[in-house]
Design a protein around this ligand. Structure first.
Ligand SMILES: *Cc1c(COP(=O)(O)O)cnc(C)c1O
Length: 397
């Protein structure tokens, strides 16, 4: 779908021929003034929606005060944010990054260092088929996205992939060369795959038994997305390492890696980045956490998540759709055929932005402040888009 808009851009992705110009809450407006109900929100990053006053105020005030000192100097916002993340996770220490993929890189470095220090040089990380950990080469190697293996080989070695959701598969993959386990609490990019209850608890037990690190990628599931501040809190486990990104900055780029006391093993010179922990990025994250970490806010996310689950469930039953899956405000609908791109485009034409992470899966990740009315509007548009596409699959069935 390349257009004039792609003339001066590398075509690294296909974008519809629309130019976005403004956002407010759950809505985006294009340059022509057309309004869209935004259920991707920057890819699950605008946790408070577009232009939330708290974030706007914090960014403006911090921009006037200090954008960045230097990664070689402490700054007051990074100090506050690190303290906040340690208190909220129950872990011990934080390293900041600019993105989720970089947070994965830091987690991989921690695993390898840990293996060298405590597991006789073990360096392998058990990961999952369908997993997604970012697009740097090592993060791609850690991921299990179909087709990726063929894109840019050779990849850094040291990753063993097993089926997602099976603790038994992880147990079988663990050997003397294993240093860590890395999984998403819910696989996001794979199309919102929710593992069986108890999965994380079983992985915690396996890691403890074998002396490995349990590393959770909460880049997508963290910061309230699933109705708890961190998805691991649903199972009352504590990982050794948790990676954060996306929703943490509310749309402003920041990632973080939080490690337990025992996993906090990196030393000076082993990681860094020019923009890591800038005062501006940390001020954005503090503003987001001030809102999202409140119990009342998370309870409201759970309530609206339950409403959406109910509405999607009803709708799926009526339409005879195979499956609705998700938690909190991260949901996917499995369609009876490879029509997700057509449904996504049909939604866009009707003023709703959703995503098609798989050929038969449509995903929604609205603002954590989305209203019931907006959820209802989205389900209505989805229903109309499906009805328009449905003949295609009934004909091919
Ligand atoms: C998006 C995502 C990443 C990568 O984050 P970027 O900021 O795009 O580098 C890593 N892990 C998960 C689970 C994600 O959803």
């Amino acid at each position: 779908m390349s257009s004039d808009l792609d003339t001066h851009l590398m075509t690294i992705t296909e974008r519809p021929p629309i130019v976005m110009a403004r956002g407010q809450g759950s809505y985006l407006w294009d340059a022509e003034g057309r309004r869209y109900l935004d259920f991707i929100q920057g890819w699950a990053v605008n946790s408070l929606g577009h232009a939330p006053p708290e974030l706007v105020g914090a960014l403006a005030a911090q921009a006037r005060t200090l954008v960045t000192a230097s990664p070689a100097l402490h700054n007051d916002q990074a100090q506050r944010l690190a303290g906040r993340l340690v208190a909220l996770t129950g872990l011990a220490a934080v390293a900041f990054t600019n993105s989720g993929a970089e947070a994965t890189e830091v987690a991989i470095k921690i695993a390898r260092k840990w293996g060298r220090l405590h597991r006789g040089g073990a360096h392998e990380i058990v990961t999952t088929h369908g997993g997604f950990h970012g697009r740097t080469l090592a993060a791609m190697a850690a991921s299990g996205k179909p087709g990726w293996d063929a894109l840019f080989p050779p990849y850094p070695p040291g990753f063993v992939r097993v089926a997602f959701g099976s603790a038994e598969a992880v147990r079988r993959a663990i050997g003397p060369t294993t240093a860590a386990i890395l999984v998403e609490p819910i696989q996001g990019e794979a199309g919102v795959i929710v593992p069986p209850a108890g999965y994380l608890r079983e992985l915690r037990a396996l890691a403890d038994e074998a002396g490995l690190l349990l590393m959770l990628d909460e880049v997508q599931t963290g910061i309230g997305r699933t109705g708890r501040l961190f998805a691991y809190q649903h199972e009352a486990v504590l990982p050794d390492v948790v990676t954060l990104g996306k929703g943490l900055g509310g749309g402003f780029p920041i990632g973080a890696v939080v490690a337990s006391e025992r996993a906090n093993c990196l030393e000076p010179g082993e990681h860094g980045g020019t923009y890591h922990g800038s005062a501006l990025a940390c001020a954005a994250a503090l503003a987001v956490l001030d809102v999202v970490a409140r119990d009342s806010f998370l309870a409201a996310v759970r309530a609206r998540g339950q409403w959406l689950a109910w509405a999607l469930g009803e709708f799926a039953r009526q339409e005879g759709l195979a499956e609705v899956r998700g938690r909190g405000l991260l949901w996917a609908l499995r369609l009876p055929g490879p029509t997700a791109a057509a449904v996504r485009d049909g939604c866009l034409a009707r003023g709703l932005i959703v995503n098609a992470p798989r050929a038969d899966v449509v995903r929604m990740m609205p603002s954590l402040r989305v209203t019931e009315a907006e959820l209802g509007e989205a389900v209505g548009i989805l229903s109309a888009a499906l009805a328009a596409v449905a003949p295609a699959w009934s004909a091919s069935a």
